[in-house]
Design a protein around this ligand. Structure first.
Ligand SMILES: C[S@@+](CC[C@H](N)C(=O)[O-])C[C@H]1O[C@@H](n2cnc3c(N)ncnc32)[C@H](O)[C@@H]1O
Length: 265
């Protein structure tokens, strides 16, 4: 565990010191320049983001505990099954910085059908749902207690475009894919293990179109996740990838030449 934490820290320091293209400087590809400059680094001010920030604040001060069933790689920090909501928000939920970036990505590319693997308390789903009320968000969560809390948050923020699916991703993903024609955006944030990540990636690949975007969380979280990320980058359907250290974006646009970028974010 210590060796793993050290590996992660060293990786992060190297990324912060050596990754280029901060704010888009030095990028030649017009598509990537626009993405970095106007989406990843843009700082919009929308009242809906205040609503999500307010919810996050309330959860961070909540003393409520729930009984959590973990179907994934587990947490490096939380070991007990009875977990405080505030700790789940602190250690498992999407951060404000990355959540707001998700919001901007959805706003820019306007995907119709969005899938999130791993709802947790629903903050990630809310950033996406509130970015575009016309988008339909499917979100899968294995832990029923956690999903129940997420449902309360969706109700509080009146997010009617989210459909919750409760069950393991292994079981529910193939079921869902058999009912939809295409996936425009997938947020992979469920089971952070190599085999599971590759398995979900391959399932979702069957429903991509030219404009589909995959967004992977925690691509450097463990050696296994790094191996999964390497394999994803090598996949022949993938054209552009953008490594933001805590997450990675994958594009399939045929008009883009195959390139992998690491952007300092
Ligand atoms: C990192 S959290 C998700 C955070 C959320 N996407 C966000 O943006 O705030 C991961 C969630 O995935 C769920 N999960 C992990 N493995 C799973 C599996 N195999 N099937 C279903 N849910 C799973 C966990 O219960 C946990 O709530």
């Amino acid at each position: 565990m210590f060796a793993d934490k050290l590996r992660f820290l060293v990786k992060y320091l190297k990324y912060k010191l050596f990754a280029k293209y901060r704010k888009g400087y030095g990028i030649h590809s017009p598509f990537l320049y626009d993405l970095v400059r106007n989406v990843i680094y843009k700082n919009p001010n929308y009242y809906v983001l205040d609503d999500i920030a307010e919810l996050r604040y309330d959860l961070l001060y909540s003393d409520e505990e729930i009984f959590v069933q973990d179907f994934g790689a587990g947490s490096k920090v939380m070991q007990s099954q009875s977990r405080k909501i505030k700790k789940i928000v602190k250690y498992s939920a999407v951060t404000e910085k990355y959540g707001e970036m998700l919001f901007r990505i959805i706003q820019k590319f306007k995907p119709n059908t969005i899938l999130e693997l791993g709802t947790s308390l629903g903050l990630g789903s809310l950033y996406m749902a509130k970015s575009d009320s016309k988008a339909k968000i499917y979100t899968i969560e294995g832990c029923s207690e956690t999903a129940k809390k997420a449902a309360e948050h969706f109700k509080r923020l009146k997010a009617e475009n989210i459909e919750q699916i409760i069950g393991t991703i292994d079981e529910k993903l193939p079921e869902l894919l058999s009912t939809i024609n295409t996936l425009d955006f997938v947020y992979f944030d469920g089971n952070h293990k190599k085999e599971a990540t590759i398995n979900y990636f391959e399932h979702c690949l069957t429903k991509i179109n030219n404009e589909t975007i995959f967004y992977f969380d925690d691509i450097h979280w463990s050696k296994g996740m790094e191996e999964a990320w390497k394999e994803i980058k090598l996949n022949k359907t993938v054209t552009l990838t953008v490594d933001l250290f805590f997450s990675g974006l994958v594009f399939f646009k045929k008009e883009l030449s195959k390139q992998n970028f690491t952007v300092n974010y």
